[in-house]
Write a new protein. Sequence first.
Length: 266
Amino acid sequence: SPVSPGLPISLQSCQCLAWKPRPVGVWPCPGESQHVVAGYSDGTVRVFSVSRTEMELKMHPHAAALTALTYSTDGEMILSGGKDGTVAVSSPRTGMTIHVLADHKGSPISVLQCTRKQYHDFGVEGGELWLATSSDRRVSVWASDWLQDKCELLDWLSFPAPAGPEGPESLPPSLAAFCPWEHGVLVYVGFGLQKEALFYSLRKKQVLRKISLPAFATSLSLSPAAPFMAIGFGDRLLRLQPWPAGDPQDYAGHDDTVHLCRFAPS
């Protein structure tokens, strides 16, 4: 729309996005629209219909730029993380924000991930686990029952590191993911005392295993179908790491840091 002379123009950039998952065992209906949610630098979260190529919903749960975003496993909630470390849980049905969590406040959120869980896993109620990772090497793990408006802290991890350069932008990212092929375990990579990937048990509350890496990781993805990790590095290298044993496969070919890698759902 036209802007009057002399008025500043506010520009927003898209910082992160996530596809809405389909419910397990439900086939898409004819004409059903696929949705994608995007997080912006002005603190807004916007839901788009892909088939109609239009925005259906705009929410403003954050006062700072968005840095991470995901849907709950059933697609009924949107979890968003900001540059100021706040995490918001919002309903795309009502447009309302139902939770704002400040546990990571002061450090940008680098990862948000949800996974299904059995009802009595870990002695807490709810059908979903989710984690938030911030750039100061902290990971919080939560159990949630969205229908009952429950959100309970299950575990809080802080990973040590030597004194590094000033500012989180100059350090490798802190990244964590639930392990699809080892129940109750999450994998963490980030700036630390050693260049390694850590396997942490939520049941035993301890690191179970470590895998040495050639450098600090800049991206991480775990295969949903087979015991493999994809790890990106700053020296233009992508590594495919089998688990629990086997030689890693390294792939060159990038012109810069491998800052994002993902397995296909298959």
